[in-house]
Ligand binder design. Structure first.
Ligand code: XMP
Length: 327
């Protein structure tokens, strides 16, 4: 039997009971595979790696070593939440690596989108490699591979292009407890493991994170404007019943300035672009019809609360012709 093929008899995990049964089965399987050895996991805080972390903590507790690399392109509050949930609440063995300066120095002045992605991916592997070489006696590497990753790699669509896609030459045996699950099943399992809703049901987020929403050469101040405006958008969508309804929404701060007025003086600052889209498979997407009064309120908050911003724009473009992200 090919262990990368989901058996036809495998029931779709849709209920807490089915999730509990899956968890019990995986806990036994992980213990049988790992025995008393240590396991390393790159924990981004995304759905898949978080669920794998929670499963492994349940199965082997302190034998799991989680490494959370803050590359500087995470959303507001994300690194703090990883520390709170995994170190403080689940008592995980968590190494937090603040690599923000390192990544920002590497991408400084880089304008080409593909080069930016490449640099971020490569630097991530370097940082993770450095951290793992400080640890002794680690034989296993856990990964949040899910079934669509296997199907897409087989069809040659995606070869672990994400940040966190680690090279096979790390010479560790893989532990991939959710590799036969679809995304919706991973979420049901995550909920049964007690992970918070905003971690389990979060919207898709690209591996290179906010870097692709700060088009062109990234600067610290413009990246901060992306992070702060994104936080306001998420807060307002949550308050107004759009969280969980709209598939993906975020802000982008392009690298140009325009004239405005602030405190009765001329201002020359960036615009913030709001993007809110719906899709089934991300291959095509339509634009959410966000209530105009809410857009006005968000505009008011962003222009008053986000440093360096004097204008807010709404992206009306479906995919195609635009892609969902800007880079
Ligand atoms: P596009 O921009 O191609 O995005 O319409 C489609 C979906 O994929 C996400 N996306 C990424 N996800 N790594 C990821 O994990 C990436 O490099 C990446 N680029 C785009 C995007 O957020 C959208 O949901």
């Amino acid at each position: 039997m090919n262990e990368n093929v989901r058996p036809e008899t495998m029931e779709r995990i849709t209920t807490p009971e089915l999730a509990e049964a899956f968890i019990a089965e995986q806990v036994d399987a992980i213990r049988a595979q790992v025995k008393d050895q240590k396991v390393l996991l790159a924990l981004s805080g995304g759905v898949d790696s978080s669920v794998v972390a929670a499963l492994l903590i349940k199965a082997i507790g302190q034998q799991l070593v989680c490494v959370h690399v803050n590359h500087g392109f995470l959303r507001k509050g994300e690194p703090e939440q990883v520390i709170q949930v995994f170190r403080n609440e689940m008592n995980a063995n968590l190494i937090y690596v603040d690599a923000v300066d390192r990544f920002l120095d590497k991408v400084a002045g880089v304008t080409d989108p593909e080069q930016k992605r490449h640099i971020i991916g490569e630097e991530f592997i370097k940082v993770f490699d450095e951290e793992s070489s400080k640890l002794e006696g680690i034989h296993f590497l856990a990964q949040g591979t899910i079934y669509p990753d296997i199907l897409e790699s087989e069809r040659g669509i995606k070869a672990h292009h994400n940040v966190g896609g680690l090279p096979q030459e790390m010479e560790m045996e893989l532990v991939e407890p959710v590799k036969l699950l679809f995304k919706d099943e991973v979420r049901v399992v995550g909920k049964a493991l007690g992970l918070p809703d905003n971690m389990v049901f979060r919207q898709p987020f690209p591996g290179p994170g906010l870097a692709v929403r700060c088009p062109g050469a990234i600067t610290r101040d413009r990246l901060e404007a992306v992070r702060e405006s994104d936080a306001i958008l998420r807060e307002e969508f949550a308050k107004n019943g759009l969280e969980g309804k709209v598939w993906q929404y975020f802000t982008v701060v392009p690298d140009f300035k325009s004239t405005g007025i602030k405190n009765e003086e001329r201002s020359f600052e960036w615009p913030v672009i709001i993007r809110a889209v719906n899709t089934k498979d991300a291959m095509t997407a339509t634009v959410e019809d966000v209530p105009f009064s809410l857009l006005q309120h968000i505009t008011d908050r962003i222009t008053h609360e986000v440093k360096g911003v004097n204008r807010v724009l709404f992206d009306l473009t479906p995919k195609p012709t635009a892609t969902i992200e800007y880079e």
